[in-house]
Design a protein around this ligand. Structure first.
Ligand SMILES: [Mg+2]
Length: 251
């Protein structure tokens, strides 16, 4: 069965964005307050996947092994604080390489979906750049722009380009709260649907019982044919069941 995911951009969402790139673990600074939402996400059924553009690798600024070391230590620190990261997918290419995995292309998300059997339509991406929002739209998952990192400056770019259909949150905490509330609402709708369906079944069952009792050739009190006590019981049960069904449908 496929699983929904929360895709997290890394720089500007989890840790501070640096104009000169995060080149070492020492330069990696977690944004304030990120462990609480990561703990909440860890308790959700979502797969939690970091998707990050790391052109520093092919620009020759940082070795691939160093990027992987930063990611590994970041995951360790998140786990030590009660969080969970299930996988990291990163793109090492420069923009001029025109790969299909550097966001705004959807390649990283498609790779993750393939590897982890994810349902992109039920997944969310939280990012701080227009390229994150565009990648999410291209992959078919729900985009959320956070105003940390580059977010505040990127929002007007998206507005100028006429992008819509994404949610804006102040930070990771707000984004996670919004997602979990949205999930709760849709589960609530699911319960109401179930209750309504049970109600409809009870109405139909009640009517069937009523008709069966009225039309059945049952023997009444004293063994005489007619509308006897069995039919009284049958019709009463039918009416009561149908009324309960009606109440369930209306609630
Ligand atoms: Mg970013």
């Amino acid at each position: 069965m496929t699983r929904a995911a929360i895709f997290l951009d890394r720089d500007g969402v989890i840790n501070e964005n640096r104009a000169d790139y995060v080149k070492t673990w020492e330069e990696c600074r977690f944004l304030p307050g990120i462990f609480e939402p990561l703990r909440r996400l860890a308790q959700s059924p979502f797969a939690i996947v970091i998707t990050s553009n790391q052109s520093v690798i092919n620009r020759g600024i940082v070795a691939r092994s160093e990027v992987e070391e930063i990611n590994r230590r970041m995951i360790e620190e998140i786990q030590a604080n009660g969080g969970r990261i299930d996988a990291v997918f990163y793109c090492p290419h420069r923009p001029d390489e025109n790969c299909d995995c550097r966001k705004p292309e959807p390649g990283l998300l498609l790779q993750a979906a393939e590897c982890l059997n994810l349902d992109l339509r039920r997944s969310y991406l939280i990012g701080d750049a227009a390229s994150d929002i565009k990648a999410a739209v291209a992959a078919g998952c729900y985009p959320i722009l956070v105003l940390t990192g580059r977010g505040k400056k990127q929002l007007p770019l998206l507005q100028d380009e006429g992008y819509s259909g994404y949610h804006v949150a102040s930070n990771l905490q707000e984004a996670v709260e919004w997602i979990l509330a949205r999930q709760g609402e849709s589960q609530g709708r699911g319960i109401q649907m179930t209750r309504r369906n049970v109600g409809l079944i009870l109405i139909i069952a009640g009517i069937v019982a009523l008709l069966a009792a009225v039309t059945a050739d049952l023997t009444g009190i004293g063994g005489q044919p007619g509308f006897g006590w069995k039919q009284m019981v049958g019709t009463s049960v039918g009416v009561i069941v149908a009324i309960i069904g009606g109440i369930l449908c209306r609630s």
